[in-house]
Design a protein around this ligand. Structure first.
Ligand code: SF4
Length: 342
């Protein structure tokens, strides 16, 4: 996949630059001697940039590779190929103090606030861990004071510092996860479906908190989600992923108002519209079948087995990533065919 923006423009303003990033998990057979018989192509050559202070949404169905992409971008999984540069430095080739500095700058908020916090650690130990790892405080007292400050920053009382995760609600636990992510003063945070495990009543509060923190500290987010309505609220641009590849990327209003890829159109057709008249007129595109296995992706366009407008060329030739103007990119042979296909 070619890069979405010219190199000079990218270097000037991008905080994050993902170039042809690939993550394949080997499939092995054999008990004594294991041999590789294939690979799960979870992330298969994705490229995009994120500007400083921007929120880029990454959406797609479960199993499309979004979470693996987020983890590979942060170096939590080694990449099979490509680069994930943060402030110009590739996290996969950095070593020693350079790698530690990148880990400090780039953090993650996890989907499951129940599983992502060590149940045997107090909140003070959990939020204070990045301060210890990155040697950001000189004394225990200094660290405790900073933890209290972080708890208050995310809307929790500093008095809760000695409590354990099980004593908190889901929303409060996610706030603890956010405080932990903020502890090392990062510039970039991957938010991996940070609200999908929370009650609907709590989701907006957590999204508002993330927005406030972004304004206050100039944070840059990669916001992974499958809830397209919330993505529209929080993101500046949105990238759509299907079976390990990006299929469309655009500014949010462009993507929501004139989606060009049939997969994006199908995802958007499932989003309820608040206006009852528009809601009655809404035509749903029901995708048939499941997402194919990333171990055996279909030939040509990976989406051709489910695409309502696929033609012969779709199963034979993989569509290229095309710049169709105005920062709108799409990978589809027939993006320009016919009036709005929704
Ligand atoms: Fe559908 Fe063909 Fe476009 Fe793929 S390339 S999305 S199969 S029309």
């Amino acid at each position: 996949m070619t890069h979405p923006e010219p190199a000079t423009a990218r270097a000037a303003t991008s905080l994050v630059e993902i170039e042809d990033l690939t993550k394949h998990f080997p499939i092995t057979r054999g008990i004594v001697i294991q041999r590789q018989v294939g690979a799960v192509r979870a992330v298969d050559g994705i490229s995009f940039t994120i500007q400083r202070g921007e929120t880029l949404g990454l959406v797609g169905e479960s199993g499309c590779g979004k979470t693996t992409a987020g983890r590979t971008i942060l170096g939590l999984y080694p990449a099979t190929g490509g680069a994930a540069r943060i402030e110009g430095q590739d996290i996969h080739s950095a070593r020693g103090s350079d790698l530690l500095a990148l880990r400090r700058k780039a953090q993650m908020i996890f989907q499951d606030p129940f599983a992502s916090l060590n149940p045997r650690w107090t909140v003070g130990a959990i939020v204070g861990e990045p301060l210890r790892v990155h040697k950001l405080c000189h004394t225990q007292a200094e660290r405790a004071a900073r933890v209290k400050e972080l708890l208050e920053l995310v809307g929790l009382s500093a008095r809760l510092i000695n409590r354990f995760p099980h004593e908190f609600s889901g929303g409060q636990r996610q706030r603890i996860g956010i405080a932990r992510a903020l502890a090392s003063n990062p510039s970039f945070i991957v938010c991996d479906e940070p609200i999908s495990a929370l009650d609907v009543s709590i989701q907006a509060q957590v999204v508002n908190l993330l927005e406030d923190l972004q304004d206050r500290f100039g944070l840059t987010y990669l916001f992974i989600a499958h809830d397209l309505s919330m993505v529209r609220h929080i993101c500046d641009r949105v990238a759509v992923m299907y079976l390990g590849k990006l299929v469309e990327l655009a500014a949010k209003d462009t993507l929501y108002e004139s989606p060009r890829h049939p997969y994006t159109q199908a995802l958007l057709s499932a989003v309820p519209v608040p206006d009852p008249i528009a809601e009655r007129r809404r035509r749903r595109t029901i995708l048939t079948g499941d997402v194919p296995s990333p171990a055996h992706p279909p030939s040509g366009c990976h989406f051709h087995t489910r695409c309502p407008i696929a033609t012969e060329v779709c199963s034979e030739i993989e569509p290229t990533w095309q710049d169709i103007g105005g920062g709108h990119f799409v990978a589809c042979h027939h993006w320009a065919d016919g009036p709005g296909r929704r």
